[in-house]
Design a protein around this ligand. Structure first.
Ligand code: CP
Length: 307
């Protein structure tokens, strides 16, 4: 049994299915309006966000509290990390306080694994560099499964900055395992080296990726990285890779638009699309709460789901 969730690469279909089933259970609880359970009473969840977050950090915090766990949000800016304490020593310190789960986001790929290798607490990766963001992909898969009743053979077009995207990587690994058909589409400069190693279809034109898709997933344009000249201009990126009504019209009937957030309105997605019924971004956020409740319950109680 694995005590951690560090990524979806190598996670079995059965384990992903078990997490999604549990999340579907908690989704019903959320929809019912119930906000106080005892499923994880007495457990402690520590949140270590070394990188900015709105959705992931607040939904883990909310999820822990709904389940009756103690949630401790470490203010990294004010922590002893700034006095030179190492990540491992920070982890050992929190473990000594009885942390059952540590949720970590870090700008450096591999940091959650380093932490997990050095503490007995369970570690959940909340996004590491350009490596993985497994809870985002799980909430994305829950959203797709709710809409279509299955993941197998669904056609998913992932559009945008694949090179820097941990969301894309976790979705590729998870969706492939679940039998979905993934297509990537990105400007040449935003394709990772060796993109063929993902074992998925790659298209250069957004029209070819969107045609016949069930899901069009836009990736966040990482504007903070564009000083390095990877795209000629944001306006040109939007003209060639932005999701608009015309692009959606090429997709399958009942197709949906997804985005992990935060959205750069008018860049990855036209503002007019944000209010269309096909746009499922708010639903993704609700499902994020359900997925994080499921993981806190499973890992906090050391349930063996074959991770
Ligand atoms: N999708 C996502 O990870 O959002 P945050 O950066 O707000 O957590």
């Amino acid at each position: 049994m694995n005590k951690d969730l560090l990524g979806l690469k190598g996670v079995s279909r059965a384990a992903i299915g078990a997490i999604l089933d549990r999340a579907a259970h908690y989704k019903k609880v959320i929809v019912s309006g119930k906000k106080k359970l005892t499923d994880c009473a007495g457990k402690s969840v520590f949140l270590l966000f070394y990188e900015n977050s709105t959705r992931t950090s607040s939904s883990f915090d909310h999820a822990a509290k709904i389940l009756g766990a103690n949630s401790i949000n470490l203010s990294v800016k004010n922590s002893s990390v700034n006095k030179g304490e190492t990540l491992i020593d920070t982890g050992i310190t929190l473990a000594a306080m009885g942390a059952d789960i540590m949720v970590i986001r870090h700008q450096a790929s591999g940091t959650p694994k380093l932490l997990a290798d050095n503490v007995t607490s369970s570690v959940i990766n909340a996004g590491d560099g350009s490596n993985e963001h497994p809870t985002q992909a799980l909430l994305d898969m829950l959203t797709m499964r709710e809409r279509f009743g299955r993941l197998k053979d669904l056609k998913i077009a992932i559009i945008g900055d694949v090179k820097h995207s941990r969301v894309a990587r976790s979705n590729i690994w998870g969706l492939k395992t679940m039998g979905a058909e993934v297509t990537l589409c990105a400007p040449e400069t935003l394709k990772p080296a060796g993109i063929e190693a993902f074992g998925v279809r790659v298209e250069d034109k957004i029209e070819d990726a969107a045609r016949g898709a069930d899901v069009i997933m836009a990736l966040r344009m990482q504007l903070e990285r564009q000083d390095s000249g990877l795209i000629p201009s944001v306006a040109e990126y939007s003209a060639f890779y932005g999701i608009n009504k015309r692009v959606i019209s090429l997709a399958n009937k009942n197709a949906i638009v997804m985005h992990p957030g935060p959205v750069n309105r008018g860049v990855e997605i036209a503002s007019e699309v944000m209010t269309m019924p096909e746009c499922f971004i708010a639903g993704q956020v609700t499902n994020g709460l359900a997925v994080r409740m499921a993981l806190i319950k499973i890992l906090g109680n050391k349930e063996d789901i074959g991770l």
